[in-house]
Design a protein around this ligand. Structure first.
Ligand code: CO
Length: 134
């Protein structure tokens, strides 16, 4: 059911320093910062030949990654995103197998303008999983 790895998201405390690390030390192409107030993060996209890395910095008072950064002071992998062809069919299949969909369970428009859902990390090897309709 799942398809390509769309991105790996890494939460960071200092987006400028993390951008410099990826651009200058690792030699990657990194986009300009993109504030996404509706998601409580500012994002840069690290463009790799086969996928993307998203560096997420908290934005605003109640950012969904603030707690994660309290527990992971150096930053860390926050979630991974897999593509699916049909997000509603994917949701029904997962729910039928007992997996927990976070939030209302209805797809939201994600960082790339496409419908996304998040799956409970306790159901997926301790990793927060995002599904994005391809
Ligand atoms: Co994501």
């Amino acid at each position: 059911m799942i398809g390509r790895l769309n991105h790996v998201a890494i939460a960071v405390k200092d987006l400028a320093a993390s951008t410099a690390l990826y651009r200058d030390t690792l030699g990657a192409r990194v986009s300009q910062p993109l504030p996404q107030p509706e998601h409580g993060v500012t994002v840069v996209f690290v463009e790799l030949p086969n996928t993307k890395i998203e560096l997420l910095e908290p934005l605003g008072a109640d950012s969904p990654i603030a707690k994660f950064l309290e527990r992971n002071a150096d930053g860390g992998i926050h979630h991974i995103c897999y593509e699916v062809d049909d997000i509603l069919a994917a949701r029904e299949r997962l729910k039928a197998q007992g997996a927990r969909v976070l939030g209302s369970g209805e797809p939201r428009i994600g960082a790339h303008g496409k419908p996304v859902l998040f799956l409970h990390p306790k159901d997926f090897c301790g990793t927060l999983v995002e599904l994005e309709q391809a």
